[in-house]
Design a protein around this ligand. Structure first.
Ligand SMILES: O=C(O)c1ccccc1NCC(=O)[C@H](O)[C@H](O)COP(=O)(O)O
Length: 270
């Protein structure tokens, strides 16, 4: 795994904040989780491209912050045909919150991804979620002991990916494992990932390149549910990701900018 020193300052700051963030109080158990692959299949069955529309109030790469009510945004995205939603719960850099997540999940009936930068098991208990994001780059691969990692010059990463996946599943949640390289695909598959998202945004430079998905997707096993994440800003981009094998598309900025309902509809019909 790359050291955190190789990440953009904004991402290091996100990670530092994530390490400090406390987990939930008591252990959560989700007994009514909504199934993401099933939602994708339902969308495909009625001719919609499966889109996970993201409620993303702000980010390190955008200026300003949305003052729209997250629930209203979410309802518009679902009315526009989104198969699922993603809601940021990271507060310091993305303007998210677990309250936003809870309110949105209570208001819609599609699966809702909890989008955050989780580095330890107790953070899974902050809110009941259908699906949680785990970022391979931030989590260990189990090959090094915590002690040996702690002796490295670079800061140690979060907990290992495999026990984090298991911990989420034990709580009744599905897991989307985010990768950016073929090596991280291997790490994700070895850890038991069944839903994999290839992030087109490089967390070292914060640059977006849709070629990343095209390069990395072939390494993802056929049986996995595969998402293309980040930088999908036009219907042509959406078609490009689908042609490269994406089962679903995670789209934030291009849906948040302007009318979220119309934008979502544009992408599901791309
Ligand atoms: O979006 C950012 O600026 C960002 C910066 C640093 C780390 C992560 C970041 N984004 C997280 C995401 O995964 C995106 O919100 C998501 O993939 C949607 O991307 P987009 O459609 O490009 O808004």
């Amino acid at each position: 795994m790359d050291s955190t020193n190789e990440m953009a300052p904004a991402v290091r700051s996100i990670l530092d904040a994530a390490r400090e963030r406390p987990g939930g109080g008591s252990r959560v158990a989700v007994d009514d989780a909504r199934d993401l692959p099933a939602a994708f299949a339902a969308a495909e069955a009625d001719g919609r491209i499966p889109v996970v529309a993201e409620v993303k109030p702000t980010s390190p790469t955008t200026t300003g912050e949305s003052d729209h009510d997250p629930v209203e945004l979410a309802e518009e995205m679902v009315a526009g045909g989104a198969a699922a939603l993603s809601v940021l719960t990271e507060p310091e850099h993305f303007g998210g919150s677990v309250e936003n997540y809870e309110r949105v999940r209570a208001a819609v009936d599609v699966p809702v991804l909890r989008k955050d930068f989780l580095v330890k098991e107790s953070q899974l208990d902050a809110v009941e979620a259908d699906v949680v994001l785990l970022i391979a780059r931030f989590l260990g691969d189990g090959r090094e002991s915590k002690d040996s990692r702690a002796n490295q010059v670079a800061e140690p990463p979060g907990d290992d990916l495999e026990p984090m996946i298991e911990a989420a599943r034990e709580r009744g949640m599905q897991v989307l494992v985010e990768v950016h390289t073929e090596a991280e695909v291997e790490q994700a598959v070895d850890a038991g990932a069944e839903i994999i998202g290839v992030n087109n945004r490089d967390l070292a430079a914060l640059e977006v390149d849709l070629g990343t998905f095209e390069e990395v997707a072939p390494a993802v096993p056929e049986e996995a549910t595969l998402l293309a994440e980040s930088g999908i800003s036009t219907p042509a981009n959406a078609r490009r990701m689908r042609e490269a094998g994406a089962d679903g598309l995670l789209i934030g900025t291009a849906i948040m900018d302007g009318d979220p309902r119309e934008n979502t509809t544009r992408f599901i019909n791309a």
